[in-house]
Design a protein around this ligand. Structure first.
Ligand code: TPP
Ligand code: MG
Length: 351
């Protein structure tokens, strides 16, 4: 039987002991990689806890989980600076955490509490924190893409050397907004890195039914934009691709499109019967889990034992228990807050 990886045209995985970062990209030391592993475990646990809280009726409305796609966010963060921008769609909790947003603020926002990152008024799809340059959380498919081009324009206008990372899904690349914004980004050489997370489905529709091109990376060809299709389940491959794109962007050479092949283990949102795929397919995708993949590399290098992993798991569990407790015991925002922060002049800081 053809494996999921083969069907995607991905090269075979390198043995963990031999797995290295490409020579043209700065290597990452073992401590950085250990921290990356901790961050990926935090991403997964906060999402698992969000799922549990959703089940207990603590979170209302939509809630889209990122479980399985952690290497895309972490590989990206490893290749950028804290002052770079990041903007995303509604599957953004883990990306917000990776960018440095406070876990308590994220969970409290999901719970709709006043201590949430946007005071409980945005919810799951609208996480935002200017302090760490995370610009949302957008519910309209593709809506964040032109905003990213605008951020890129502002960076150039202000003569800064920052970049803007723009995440969006495989379905979002079919939005006209992508082509309009991407074209301007190429013409004006804007420092935007477009990262299309191809998790193979847009809600319940498989990518093979909606794309005539073999890859989504090749959509950039008609725009004269450099592009690459990468293994988004592997933190090294993501880091390399984003690093190269960031180098180009900071050098004033303009945007790149990165197609990150990945897979979401959970449904599109919390209420998804998943009739469009088989259990076997999901199980196959899990064989290349991004977290166990990095763990295996660190173990093969002798820098991480099973006991270390257990202790990381335990620490993250304690952290997330506290995070959920914080969200649960926080108060709801008062009704009057609904009329505040609507316009910029109106902004009220309740911190
Ligand atoms: C403009 C617009 N059309 C339709 C929707 C409904 N919708 C929400 S998510 C989604 C699928 C998007 O899939 P993809 O871009 O692949 O991202 P993923 O959910 O896989 O992360 C659709 C059609 C929407 N939110 N906005
Ligand atoms: Mg998708």
């Amino acid at each position: 039987m053809v494996s999921l990886r083969e069907s995607l045209g991905l090269p075979p995985l390198v043995a963990p002991a031999e797995d290295r970062i490409a020579p043209d990209v700065p290597d990452l030391d073992n401590n950085t990689l250990k921290t990356a592993l901790v961050e990926m475990i935090r991403m997964r646990r906060i999402e698992e806890d969000a799922a549990k809280a959703y089940g207990r009726g603590k979170i209302s409305g939509f809630c889209h989980l990122y479980i399985g796609q952690e290497a895309v966010a972490e590989g990206t963060v490893l290749a950028i600076r804290p002052d770079d921008y990041m903007i995303s769609a509604y599957r953004e909790h883990a990306q917000a955490l990776a960018k440095g947003m406070d876990a308590k603020g994220i969970m409290a926002e999901l719970f709709g509490k006043k201590t949430g990152s946007v005071k409980g008024k945005g919810g799951s799809m609208h996480l935002f924190d200017n302090k760490v340059h995370f610009l949302g959380g957008h519910g309209i498919v593709g809506g964040q893409i032109p905003i990213a081009a605008g951020v890129g324009f502002a960076i150039r206008y202000n003569e800064e050397d920052r970049v803007c990372i723009c995440f969006f899904g495989d379905a979002a690349i079919n939005q006209g907004a992508f082509y309009e914004a991407a074209n301007m980004a190429v013409v004006w050489k804007l420092p935007v890195i477009f990262i299309c997370e191809n998790n193979l489905y847009g809600m319940g529709t498989a990518i093979r039914r909606t794309s005539a091109t073999a890859t989504l990376a090749q959509r950039a060809d008609g725009l004269a934009m450099p592009s690459a299709q990468v293994d988004g389940q592997h933190v090294f491959r993501m880091y390399e691709a984003v690093y190269r794109a960031v180098q180009r962007a900071r050098a004033g050479e303009g945007p790149t499109l990165i197609e990150a092949l990945c897979y979401r283990y959970r449904g599109h949102s919390m209420s998804d019967p998943q009739k469009y795929r088989t259990r076997e397919e999901v199980e196959q995708a899990k064989e290349y889990d991004p977290i166990t993949g990095l763990q295996a590399i660190l173990a093969a290098r002798g820098v991480l034992t099973e006991a270390d992993v257990e202790s990381i798991e335990q620490q993250v569990r304690l952290e997330m228990d506290e995070v959920v407790q914080f969200a649960d015991t926080s108060e709801l925002p008062p009704v009057e807050w609904a009329f505040e922060d609507v316009l910029v002049e109106n902004e009220v800081n309740h911190a």
